[in-house]
Design a protein around this ligand. Sequence first.
Ligand code: C2E
Ligand code: CA
Ligand code: CA
Ligand code: CA
Length: 279
Amino acid sequence: AKAAGKGRYEYYQPRLSANLMDRLSREQALRRAIDKDEFLLHYQPRVDTFSGEIRSMEALVRWMNPEKGMIPPNDFIPLAEETGLILKLGQLVIDKVCAQLAEWQAQGLPVVPVSINVSPRQFSESSVDRQLADAVNRHQLDHSLIEVELTESCMMGEEVSVNAQLAAIEALGIKLLVDDFGTGYSCLSQLQRLEVDALKVDRAFTARLCASREGEALFMAILSMAHVLGLSVVAEGVETVEELRVLQALSCNEVQGYFISRPVPAANVPALLEKRFLF
Ligand code: C2E
Ligand code: CA
Ligand code: CA
Ligand code: CA
């Protein structure tokens, strides 16, 4: 191979700054989008595995970019987390969920709770408990209409303030769900102490359910552990009827995924709430 020598530095330097420029402009675009509020929420139901009744809907943010159209969260949430913009965006999402719930209630719809995804940084750098309490009061909602999805990494820190916030959220009567369960590291004592209500098992585990005996055995192990701890279990990413049948056989409590419904815009929620999912 050719020795890189000096040329290497000259070659990489402009690329590096191009990346940096790109990052800065992406950050600026996101900042502007937050100021102009170019975000909206889609909702994906979570249903009882046996009755098919909707238990809750997850709020999933989308960026409506005037030029590029709808941008999915995986394309901007990581940047928002790195830059701290997630703090503003997170507050925006909380307000939107509460405003939307109040609107649906005013329309007389049979509303169900909405779960909100909260990033670790929101817990460590803002008061999520206070933001939730404020928004719920401002819109005169029942606390039980809000649920919080946190990742395992939120619970692992030693930060006293994070634990205090989780306890405060619990005390408000807001359910706590551990998102993407199985992809991080949570210890059983944390799950129990923080009075988490449910585990959302990452869809990687659901995908393996029908692929092998091991996949099914693994899911079964998670279920029995969770049930011993008194936790409810949600299977994420259920895409086929076969997966649903196995989850019913294993007594998984709730399911979510494209087989039941894709995330839908707010305008489609009234129809969704009237729909009967017959399993
Ligand atoms: P998540 O919280 O794990 O949400 C589930 C993601 O899986 C969603 O992608 C959903 O559309 C997708 N999904 C649902 N069912 C299925 C299925 O059956 N098969 C497959 N292949 N995918 C399914 P989405 O909406 O693109 O969101 C991606 C991630 O962005 C979310 O993952 C969450 O981590 C993050 N996110 C979304 N909204 C927010 C938010 O308001 N705040 C924060 N902090 N993060 C958010
Ligand atoms: Ca989630
Ligand atoms: Ca998830
Ligand atoms: Ca609880």
